[in-house]
Design a protein around this ligand. Structure first.
Ligand code: NAD
Length: 286
């Protein structure tokens, strides 16, 4: 028996098809559907992400605008750009690419994004809404993780779910959304003593630690659902080439789990789909 792979690309494509219909309607009504991003110069990861976003937005008919800030910009400058975007009625969706220039207070900038335009769900007001079970403008990776779990058809009420990693952008909001779904949630972190004792009880195990090979087959319950959120760049021992892996030791987990959300091709594409979903939602509300 081998686990069924949860196809994040296919699920994301379905979400995008639905969005394309709504975008068409909004554009026909002469509503603006656009995504404005703030991007610091010399941010290679952010630039690659921004290029991919631009391509995807173009495919869907979403206008995409980049607002560059110098790599030595200070709080005042970055907050000024955010403030300008907040007050522009044509701007409906704002995202700030990280990392920001050294010395800029990221949390202060995120808190300054207008709550109703915050498509990544990084403003404390939107993160706070997650505690009330609100999914509108919840952090995109948390939304994507929930969609991946729900695609398996599992009844979450009463299920034991173990979250490995408790960051404010992934582990904690996912835990809150799972609690809203009436799951029994265990949140673990780097200080957790004997991680495997917890993960072995999980009907669902979510890994978002950023540690390649952290979750092995002997650490999970047979027929459990495993959602790998980690994105790690490693050098392949055989080819010497760089490749992307998650936190799961796929070889040992596949024969034990019932479902596995893989890396790449799992939560990643779904996270992008959730960003687009939030972008359309803010245009809809505007
Ligand atoms: P983070 O560094 O902010 O948090 C990591 C969390 O994992 C912390 O709570 C830490 O205590 C915990 N942790 C670390 N090592 C652990 C261990 N050995 N055992 C148990 N817990 C451990 O990271 P983050 O921003 O939440 O990202 C986590 C991973 O998810 C990264 O690989 C990141 O690239 C990936 N990520 C993926 C997406 C996506 O769209 N797929 C989005 C965001 C983050």
């Amino acid at each position: 028996m081998t686990a069924t792979l949860i196809d994040g690309r296919a699920l994301a494509a379905t979400v995008k098809e639905t969005l394309a219909v709504r975008i068409g309607e909004l554009l026909a009504e002469k509503c603006s559907v656009r995504l404005d991003v703030v991007l610091a110069d010399h941010n290679p990861a952010g630039s690659v992400y921004a290029r991919n976003q631009a391509k995807m937005c173009e495919e869907l008919g979403i206008e995409y605008r980049v607002h560059p800030v110098a790599c030595d910009a200070d709080d005042h400058t970055v907050l000024g750009v955010v403030s300008m975007l907040n007050s522009d009625p044509d701007v409906t969706a704002i995202m700030v690419h990280l990392p920001l220039p050294a010395g800029v207070d990221t949390h202060r900038v995120q808190a300054a994004i207008a709550v109703e335009k915050d498509v990544e769900g990084v403003n404390p007001a939107n993160i706070g809404g997650v505690l009330y079970g609100r999914r509108a403008l919840a952090p995109c990776t948390a939304l994507a993780t929930m969609r991946m779990i729900e695609s398996t058809g599992i009844e979450l009420a009463g299920a034991e779910v173990v979250c490995v990693g408790a960051s404010t952008i992934v582990g904690r909001p996912v835990a809150a959304l799972l609690m809203e779904a009436k799951a029994t949630v265990v949140s673990t972190n780097i200080h957790t003593v004997n991680l495997a004792e917890h993960t072995r009880r999980g009907d669902v195990v979510i890994t978002a630690a950023g540690v390649p090979g952290l979750l092995t087959g002997d650490m999970i319950k047979p027929r459990s659902i495993v959602i790998d959120v980690g994105i790690n760049r490693i050098t392949d021992a055989d080819t010497g080439k760089k490749r992307t892996v998650g936190d799961v030791d796929v070889e040992s987990v596949l024969p034990v789990a019932s479902h596995l959300s893989p890396v790449p091709g799992g939560v990643g594409p779904m996270t992008v789909a959730m960003l687009l979903r939030n972008t359309v939602a803010t245009a809809d509300a505007g």
